[in-house]
Structures are given as structure tokens and as C-alpha cells.
Design a protein around this ligand. Structure first.
Ligand code: 86X
Length: 481
């Protein structure tokens, strides 16, 4: 493979350029004609489908159902909850015409579906017997991103799921918020192999429409912190303006309690950043479009025939074992070229079949994550592949976990806070008095905000990192993407 086709920068030297090259060259996505919008290519879409299928299975097990709401939201509806809408106005795309005829009322292209969904919820919910209502939407949303855009991480249109549930009591909504947060943790840690911290957002960072917001945060290799998912208790903040009421078990009328939660294709961006290396992508097996690529190696026509036959046989065995496998017997490329290409694309295991393997009744397995080679007897191949996939998962998660642990710094002093933030980034664990002004000043002076306050309150170990007054919580600060 030529230099232009492979990645030309080191991950450790120019992380941003490395990231972009991996996205484009591994054919996950491409830039489009419109700034801030990307094209999700088949290989990237296949990863999204895997993520979607995994999470879809999880929520359906808990009783959620999928639905679909319109792409357009009438302006009056979007502005019904004025407070919630205010800060977001610059991000909204508007439709003003059909053909050449101006519309009586502008239509917002959905930036999130609370308002359009809750207008329907108000009609559907009458009694406590209609609750809980557990719906989820797989769709795309549009938010004009002007400042900075980055494939998967920040784009003006993105694929996501948004869950919107309705409950009888605050406690039921609390439980829903937390069980979804735990599903997100499982998806992100056990499938995408990215360790996260769970926590609450501060009042400044929470969703304005929520009573409280919970979050999952991960630290990327450049020390920046990335929000991986979020789950809100909306309280009655929407049920009141949208008139979502129900007759309770006691015959009286109540406003309902709601939650909303989301994850997006940003998870693909986090996966690329976390696991990739100088050769390109490394895709965690459970979300990989392909687990295994088989590459035949031969030096003459006679060997070619035999290796080709064996390759097909091996393919069938792996395929029957429900492994995602491709037999790359393209004749227009050399084995070396194929190695590079599939390494760039992050396929976890390469199976090489050469004349010597044939003679010995073996195949050679090569790990993408460590480049380790093992020669295994053909009859044990399927079980060896399974073992190797498990080992790869363990290794990828352990490496990422070590990075997360090494990225958390305990700080008691503001000068050290600034020094660490500039030199290492990551998450700075510091005590805070919970006065908004300290949080605001820190953000202004350092660019770091409170990424999370741990779910289980941690013991305060100093005075407020900013003002020196008595502190009331431990917060994790960091610079966000
Ligand atoms: C906040 C809240 C919530 C469901 C989630 O975080 C997960 C999935 N929704 C989304 N949010 C907005 O409400 C919003 C509203 C407008 Cl009008 C906008 F232009 C941008 C927005 N961005 C985020």
C-alpha cells in the first residue's frame, strides 16, 4: 500500500490529523458538499448498525418500544417551553417555504424531539394505566454547528437514539434515568471497550429543561474529555407546559414525570480515538463489521489452487460458527497490500493461509492489536479464534482503563490545577464550594468545566479549589471536545 493510502502521521504526534485520516482512509465516512455534514459510508454504517442493534435489544428487554416522529416542528410548539428554548436558537435550521410559497408558520428541523413528541403524549396519556410510557426514536437531528466540526464528534446532522419516557412518580423517573445510564455504561464499556465515569452534571452544565442530568464521560488520548451519553430526569418541566396529565390511582389528576436520554454516532468517534494506532483503526470485536479477514498466500499456480480451496473451506467453517469473516482472494492486490488495508480498517484478526500452513494442517492467526502471530491446528481454529477475540477485548479494555486511571489527577491547589490542565489535560478531581461563580471563573480562566460530580458523593479533601471557602463536593473538571 502506498504512503498516501496509509496513515501518514503518528497518533502521538498530530492526534487531530491522525483522527481525520483514519476516518477518511478507513472509509468510515467522508466529507460532504455541505460544511459540517458527513457521509456515513458502508463500513461506518455497519458499525453504527451493530451499536444500534445492541442497544435496541437492551431497551426492548426493559419494555421500550420504537416510534417515529416528524422531522419538522412548528415554531410555536418549539417555543412552548420558552426557558428551554432560549439558549438554543442559533442552532436551529428553519424551513420557511414550500416551493416558492412562504409558510404561515416556520418549521424547525428537529434538533431533538421533546416538543413534538410531548404534544402527542398529552393526547395519549389519560390514566395511570397508560404509564409508564417507554418510547425510543432512532432518527437524525440537526443542529447548526458553526464553531468547530469533526467527523462523528461534532457534526450538524447526526444519527442518534432519543428515549422519552413518562412515569407516575418522581421516583419512577429517577429509576428510569439510572437504569438507562447503566445500559449506556454496559454498551460503552462491555461492547465498545471504552471505560467511563458516571456522574451528575452541575446546574450550569445540565440540560436546562431537566431537574437533573446524568452523564458518562471518557478521556480521549489527547487528554480531552468526551461526553458519551446523557440521561435526564425532566421532572414536570415539560408535562406542565405540554399538559401531560393523568388520573392517578386515587382518582385525582397529576402532572406526569418524564425522562429523556440519548447516545449518538459520536460513540464511533470515541471508539476510533480510544483504540486506533499508527496503522489505523482497531475495532472492538463486538461492534466490528468483520471479525476476521482470510488472506491466501502463494508463489505459483499450483499453490494458488490449493490455498484457494483451503481458504474457502476455512471461510465456511468460520462463517458457520457465526463469525463475521471475509475471504480476500482478490488477485489484483499482493498479500502485503491486503495486510495494510485490513490493518487500516481495524479487523481484529487476520488468518493467513500459505503453502507451509497447508503442509502442516495449520493456519496462522495474527492479532490486530498486538501484531502477535500464532500458528494453530486447523481443527482447533474456531475455538482459537474465539479465545483470541476475548483476549483482544481484554487487552483493549485494559489499555483504555489504564489510560483513564492515569488521566485522573487529584488537585488541591489552583496553580497546580492550571499547570496539570495545560500539561496533561484529563480529569482534574477537585473540591468545590458549589457556588456558580467559582465554576464560571474556572471556565473563563482555564477553559475547563465540570464534567461530572460522581454519582456516589466522594469525600471532600480540601477547601474550594477556586475561592478557598469550605467545599461541599468533589467535582471532576476537564476540557471538553
Ligand atoms: C438538549 C436534551 C435531550 C433527548 C438529550 O440530551 C438526549 C436526547 N433530548 C437535548 N438540547 C435541546 O433541547 C436543544 C433544543 C434546541 Cl431548540 C436546539 F436547537 C438544540 C438543542 N440541543 C440540545
Amino acid at each position: 500500500m502506498s504512503k498516501e493510502i496509509g496513515i501518514t502521521v503518528k497518533k502521538s504526534e498530530d492526534f487531530s490529523e491522525w483522527y481525520t485520516q483514519v476516518v477518511i482512509k478507513a472509509e468510515l465516512a467522508d466529507y460532504s458538499l455541505i460544511k459540517g455534514f458527513i457521509v456515513l459510508r458502508p463500513y461506518g454504517y455497519a458499525i453504527w448498525e451493530n451499536i444500534k442493534n445492541i442497544f435496541d435489544r437492551m431497551i426492548k428487554k426493559l419494555g421500550h418500544q420504537n416510534a417515529y416522529f416528524p422531522l419538522f416542528i412548528p415554531e410555536s410548539l418549539l417555543k412552548k417551553e420558552e426557558e428551554h428554548f432560549k439558549g438554543f436558537t442559533p442552532e436551529v435550521f428553519w424551513v420557511t417555504h414550500t416551493g416558492d410559497t412562504p409558510l404561515n408558520e416556520r418549521l424547525a428541523v428537529r434538533p431533538t424531539s421533546e416538543t413534538i413528541a410531548y404534544a402527542s403524549y398529552a393526547k395519549w396519556i389519560k390514566s395511570w394505566r397508560d404509564l409508564p410510557l417507554l418510547l425510543n426514536f432512532w432518527n437524525s437531528v440537526l443542529r447548526a454547528e458553526i464553531k468547530s466540526t469533526k467527523p462523528f464528534i461534532r457534526t450538524s446532522e447526526f444519527l442518534w437514539q432519543e428515549g422519552h419516557t413518562v412515569h407516575e412518580t418522581k421516583e419512577d423517573a429517577d429509576k428510569e434515568v439510572m437504569r438507562i445510564l447503566e445500559l449506556y455504561r454496559r454498551l460503552i464499556e462491555d461492547y465498545l471497550l471504552i471505560p467511563v465515569l458516571k456522574g451528575f452534571k452541575s446546574d450550569k452544565e445540565k440540560f436546562v429543561g431537566a431537574l437533573y442530568t446524568t452523564t458518562l464521560e471518557a478521556v480521549m488520548p489527547d487528554g480531552k474529555v468526551l461526553q458519551m451519553g446523557t440521561s435526564h430526569n425532566l421532572g414536570q418541566n415539560f408535562s406542565k407546559p405540554f399538559d401531560i396529565k393523568f388520573i392517578g390511582r386515587d382518582g385525582k389528576q397529576y402532572y406526569a414525570w418524564q425522562t429523556s436520554w440519548g447516545i449518538s454516532w459520536r460513540l464511533i468517534g470515541a471508539m476510533i480515538m480510544t483504540h486506533g494506532d499508527d496503522k489505523g483503526l482497531i475495532i472492538p470485536p463486538k461492534v466490528a463489521p468483520l471479525h476476521i479477514v482470510i488472506i491466501p498466500i502463494f508463489y505459483n499456480e499450483e499453490e494458488k489452487k490449493k490455498v484457494e480451496m483451503k481458504g474457502k473451506e476455512v471461510f465456511n467453517r468460520l462463517h458457520k460458527a457465526k463469525l463475521r469473516v471475509i475471504f480476500d482472494n482478490r488477485e489484483e492486490y499482493t498479500p502485503g497490500w491486503k495486510f495494510n488495508e485490513w490493518e487500516l480498517k481495524g479487523v481484529p484478526i487476520r488468518v493467513e493461509i500459505g503453502p507451509r500452513d497447508l503442509r502442516e494442517g495449520k493456519v496462522t492467526l495474527v492479532r490486530r492489536d498486538t501484531s502477535e502471530r500464532v500458528s494453530v491446528e486447523e481443527k482447533f481454529m474456531v475455538q482459537e479464534v474465539r479465545k483470541l477475540l476475548k483476549k483482544i477485548e481484554k487487552n483493549l479494555f485494559a489499555k483504555a482503563k489504564a489510560h483513564l486511571n492515569n488521566s485522573i489527577h487529584i488537585v488541591k491547589d489552583y496553580e497546580e490545577f492550571k499547570r496539570l490542565l495545560d500539561s496533561k489535560g484529563g480529569l482534574l478531581k477537585a473540591c468545590w464550594c458549589q457556588k456558580p461563580v467559582c465554576e464560571k471563573k474556572i471556565k473563563e480562566e482555564t477553559g475547563a468545566d465540570i464534567r461530572l460530580i460522581p454519582l456516589k458523593k466522594e469525600k471532600v479533601f480540601s477547601n474550594c479549589i477556586y475561592c478557598g471557602d469550605k467545599a461541599s463536593v468533589v467535582a471532576y473538571f476537564g476540557k471538553a471536545y
